[in-house]
Design a protein around this ligand. Structure first.
Ligand code: NAD
Ligand code: DAU
Length: 355
């Protein structure tokens, strides 16, 4: 069995679906089910004997200890986190609690479990920590992309909490010999993406006839990767990565936010044209995110060279698939829309529009 933390979130649920499409190994999904956790993402696994779910907080040591004792996993894939930068600006405390204290608790429980394993199982065991490119800070227009040796310079409470968790993982390898692996990935997009993040927010707002909010001048650059390519990278790193190493994951797809939003509008204009005009007419520039990082870009050559990983999707193919998925899954959208999401939109965008 493998443990997946945060498996009801965007990337975790894609990972579990992709993993069980390729393997018969059992998966235990440990998820607290915060506003971002959506068990509906995994409803296609209902009744599948290989899939197990426990609603639990990674910071709950007693529960995590009991799960280790009961299931004796061969690996932990640690996705669970508070992941939205804007929320970290409004409420940083939850980010420190889950991303730092939660990761620490999980590492401690893992260390105790791993220390008691027989020699062979101990050597084979892996703790794979899923992290972000945001730990490296921001780039200027001509700077080289982030490599595994770029110094850490996090700028938001979210990225600072992820950087802290990366440092703890590193320390557990260095100090205790725990066989850890860390991946630092760029911006993901694809199915099951919660509509607080740019791409799903814009698709759903466009279809609803609402404004498409672009922070600042929209010239910030992100390096986009289709989520299943991230999942493939994680499987490769789990299978063949060297304990103690970190691997940057990215698709060489740098785009400005304005380009991304205009592309989404153009695809929607083709697939679901409005009665009059273009979805581009809904684009609105709003107040910028405080401390907004200008540019992220990932140098993924280590992963390509050492583990022969290559993304399967270009931005053009991945973004078209993504828009199609949102159009084809109105029930998922309706399900996500019920609940705290609407309150969040009010807090984030209420009265902030510039024009
Ligand atoms: P998400 O917010 O969609 O999902 C996070 C999941 O973790 C949710 O299911 C939530 O319920 C769960 N969770 C939160 N706190 C928990 C706790 N204390 N105990 C147990 N479960 C808890 O996030 P995501 O976008 O799927 O990101 C997953 C991981 O990948 C995160 O660690 C994130 O930092 C990292 N990452 C994300 C991206 C991206 O573009 N989304 C890129 C690189 C790295
Ligand atoms: O780089 C990896 C990171 O990517 C992950 O670690 C994070 O978990 C993930 O949320 C994502 O962070 P970003 O802040 O880059 O993603 P977000 O979708 O929030 O924003 C993408 C860009 O779009 C960013 O420059 C801010 C801008 N934006 C976002 C929103 C929600 C807007 O212009 N308008 C918006 O309404």
């Amino acid at each position: 069995m493998i443990f997946v933390t945060g498996g009801a979130g965007f990337i975790g649920s894609n990972f579990i679906l992709d993993y069980l499409a390729r393997s018969d190994e059992h998966v235990l999904n440990i998820d607290k089910l915060t506003y971002a956790g959506n068990p509906y993402n995994l409803s296609s696994l209902d009744g599948d004997a290989r899939y197990h779910f426990v609603q639990a907080d990674i910071a709950d040591r007693a529960t995590i200890d009991a799960l280790f004792e009961q299931h004796q996993p061969r690996a932990i894939l640690h996705f669970a986190a508070e992941s939205h930068v804007d929320r970290s600006i409004h409420s940083p405390g939850e980010f420190i609690q889950t991303n730092v204290n939660g990761t620490f608790t999980l590492l401690e429980a893992t260390r105790v479990y791993w220390s008691g394993l027989p020699a062979g199982a101990k050597e084979e065991f892996r703790f794979l920590h899923v992290s972000t490119d945001e730990v490296y800070g921001t780039l200027g227009p001509g700077d080289a992309p982030f490599s595994e040796t770029t110094p850490y310079a996090p700028n938001s409470p979210y990225s600072a909490s992820k950087a802290a968790s990366d440092h703890l993982v590193r320390a557990y390898h260095h100090t205790y010999g725990l066989p850890t692996l860390t991946t630092n990935c760029s911006n993901n997009y694809g199915p099951y993406h919660f509509p607080e993040k740019l791409i799903p927010l814009v698709i759903l707002n466009a279809l609803d006839g609402k404004l498409l909010p672009i922070y600042g001048d929209g010239q910030q650059v992100r390096d986009w990767l289709f989520v299943s390519d991230h999942c493939t990278a994680i499987r490769e790193v789990l299978a063949r990565g060297i304990p103690g190493e970190t691997y940057n994951v990215g698709g060489w797809n740098e785009k400005t936010n304005l380009d991304v939003v205009q592309t989404l509008c153009d695809i929607l204009d083709e697939l679901q044209p409005k009665a009059a005009g273009s979805y581009r007419d809904q684009i609105t520039f709003v107040q910028d995110r405080p401390g907004h990082d200008r540019r992220y870009a990932i140098d993924a050559r280590k992963l390509e060279r050492e583990l022969s990983w290559k993304p399967g999707e270009t931005f053009e193919t991945g973004i078209a698939k993504t828009v199609r998925w949102y159009l084809d899954n109105p029930q998922w959208v309706a399900n996500v829309r019920s609940g705290g999401y609407l309150k969040w939109l009010e807090l984030q965008y209420g009265g902030k529009e510039k024009s």
